[in-house]
Design a protein around this ligand. Sequence first.
Ligand code: HBI
Ligand code: FE
Length: 293
Amino acid sequence: MSADGFTTSPPPGARADWTIDQGWESYSRAEHDVWITLYERQTAMLPGRACDAFLRGLDALDLHRSGIPDFRRINEELARLTGWSVVAVPGLVPDDVFFDHLANRRFPAGQFIRKPDELDYLQEPDIFHDVFGHVPMLTDPVFADYMQAYGQGGQRALELGRLANLARLYWYTVEFGLMQTPQGLRIYGAGIVSSRAESIFALDDPSPNRIGFDLERVMRTPYRIDDFQQAYFVIDSIQTLQAVTLQDFAPIYDRLEGASDIGIAEILPGDTVFTRGTQAYAGAGGRLASARG
Ligand code: HBI
Ligand code: FE
């Protein structure tokens, strides 16, 4: 048990809450260049794909074209807008640590950046996924409330042993969420918006299902951690997410107790279907198949 009452002690050099100094001065030119490559590639393609709140956040924080942003600088504006701050961590942190940060409006961001030969895919969230992908949405007051409520919900889910269900909510909204707008579907999920290939696949490809968001339906639906999603869930507004967190999850968890998982590619009779996917991409072996090329 660490000093802050967390179940796992932090790695050497990290504080009890697993935070470390970003050490912005120590990033190399090559590391800044990786950020610039990714930043320019994504910002060139996101207008018309990312939702307005994301694009507004990108502008508000002025996430620099000139390289990896200094958390001290972006935190001044972020704190003014919604009271959030970005804190540096060495990588994935234990769930209880993660939820405690979110519940206190601190977003834990990986301090490292991917290598030039990993531009398109990496398993662990790096600073580009976390800061470019997640932080712009935290400038939106309603989404900022949702993320804090998610952290509080996570702490409760840990107490109730329902983390797996709650993790699906995070995955299908914060990481891979789509939003319906008068101009069509738009991206707000960090896992999509920080990936060039998935920013195209999630909106344009006929392979995945695109289904109207429903809390219990999402909590019963497994997800992919190794490849593009086989299903994306669509909210009609960010306010929908805030409404979700105003519910008491305990009765929902009770109903989920006896409920089976829904097949990852399945469409239910009660689903609002935006796209009945072909599942051709997943059926052909997905990324690994295309990587094998
Ligand atoms: N740690 N740094 C970091 N970033 C995450 O997104 C993260 C994490 N730890 C746990 C976690 N996500 C998920 O297991 C929870 O969302 C359930
Ligand atoms: Fe993430």
